[in-house]
Design a protein. Structure first.
Length: 84
């Protein structure tokens, strides 16, 4: 294979990689915007805490208040941990 052809193929490969990366960034940005918009809806802000309260109430019935609170605290700490 000639040097010119090799350089041309490397350039084409680089352009394709850049195009794929650009598309991925656009999709990720759109997904982030969509998720943010969904989380800002009234139903999301109301039903999410209500679901959490219902889950905690059920857990209290299953294992008792002190253990349920400890479990909920551990789950909350896990969700709030950086890198998630």
């Amino acid at each position: 294979m000639s040097d010119d052809r090799e350089k041309e193929l490397e350039r084409e490969l680089s352009e394709l990689r850049d195009a794929v990366l650009s598309d991925w960034v656009k999709v990720a940005s759109h997904a982030t915007d969509t998720l943010w918009a969904m989380e800002q809806t009234l139903s999301w802000r109301i039903t999410k805490p209500l679901r959490a309260a219902k889950l905690l109430r059920n857990k209290v019935r299953q294992v008792g208040p002190s253990r349920a609170i400890r479990i909920a605290g551990n789950q909350l700490a896990t969700k709030l941990r950086p890198g998630r």
